[in-house]
Design a protein around this ligand. Structure first.
Ligand code: SF4
Length: 336
């Protein structure tokens, strides 16, 4: 399994109007994405998942930490990245309504990266754009349409075709279906999965929707207030969620049948809203909402603990005394 992307101790802080006070949008996270993974970064609004995505693609420069793409250090903004790297790493944004230039035709939108990266012009440019339209199953008469003449789902397919134009290996998908009608979300996901297989792509999939990632990702990282609290294989996280926050998210997924309900973890009632990332609580950042919080949770940040191969949890109940706390076997067992 070749590592495509390695993120090490990444931090992205934004200054506020108050001197010395920062929004800690991403706070020392690490993860690896392997070739042809669909790696899902999941969390509520304000968890830092989109900031992570934008830092990976170079829209933001890291405050500290490292990002490696195929062993090349890319811990800097997109302006400083060589053209070949820009070509290899692409992004599809949440809202195609704002990510497509309203005054450009589909030919110009998809053609722009082909002109920059492949120097295509004239007939060869049109032929290449037509091939890309075919790949996302849109007809050739879309070529001269403007975004205002196209529906939301088709706009997102145009955005996907534009991302494919430079022939990338790695695509960041930033909530690619959340701005679309439910009726067309399935088509977009199906298209993305087909393209991944056909073109041997690797995805970083950003979403707040755990029920969606169950069917599309093979590995998941759960973010809370800028930190990863649990990560591991999708099937293990769904069958045996370890962190109380993961359990809370999973227990609130809507289900249709009693059988599905029986598979869900015991309902975990969280207390309160997600705190502001400007004012992250001390100790474990989840302690203000966690029904299992103990004194140590309010005082000490839990360490990362590998509870099984490839499965990492950040919770004092699993820290096994490595930071002075002791593992509470009884409580752990009741969660699984
Ligand atoms: Fe809850 Fe404590 Fe674990 Fe944080 S460290 S999730 S507060 S039990």
């Amino acid at each position: 399994m070749q590592t495509i992307l390695k993120v090490q101790n990444l931090k992205k802080y934004f200054p506020t109007k108050k001197k010395g006070v920062y929004v800690k949008a991403v706070d020392e996270i690490s993860f690896d994405i392997f070739e042809q993974d669909v790696f899902a970064l999941v969390g509520e609004s304000g968890s830092g998942k989109s900031t992570t995505a934008y830092t990976v693609v170079g829209m933001y420069e890291p405050t500290s930490g490292k990002i490696f793409y195929k062993n090349f250090d890319i811990s800097y903004g997109v302006d400083k990245r060589p053209l070949k790297l820009k070509q290899e790493i692409q992004i599809v944004f949440q809202d195609p309504g704002t990510s497509l230039n309203p005054s450009k035709t589909v030919l110009q939108i998809i053609g722009a990266p082909l002109t920059i990266h492949k120097k295509l012009r004239g007939k060869s440019l049109i032929e290449e754009v037509l091939k890309l339209l075919e790949m996302v199953e849109l007809p050739s008469d879309y070529l001269y349409k403007l975004p205002r003449d196209i529906g939301g789902g088709e706009k997102q397919l145009i955005a996907i075709a534009r991302a494919l134009a430079p022939q990338p290996s790695f695509i960041v998908l930033d909530e690619p279906t959340s701005a679309l009608d439910v009726s067309i979300q399935a088509k977009i996901i199906k298209t993305l999965l087909r393209l991944k297989e056909e073109l041997k792509l690797t995805y970083l999939f950003i979403t707040h929707d755990l029920s969606l990632v169950r069917n599309i990702s093979n590995r998941i990282a759960i973010m809370y207030l800028g930190k990863i609290v649990e990560q591991g294989p999708t099937d293990r996280i769904f069958s045996d969620p370890a962190h109380p926050y993961t359990q809370m998210l999973l227990s609130s997924i809507p289900v249709l049948t009693k059988d599905e309900e029986a598979l869900k973890p015991k309902h975990i009632e969280s207390t309160g809203e997600i705190p502001s990332p400007v004012n992250v609580p001390p100790g474990c950042p989840f302690h203000t909402r966690c029904p299992f919080a103990k004194q140590i949770c309010r005082e000490k940040e839990p360490p990362y603990v590998e509870i099984e191969p490839g499965r990492i949890v950040r919770c004092h109940l699993f820290s096994n005394g490595t930071d002075g706390s002791s593992k509470d076997e009884e409580e752990v067992q009741t969660w699984s």
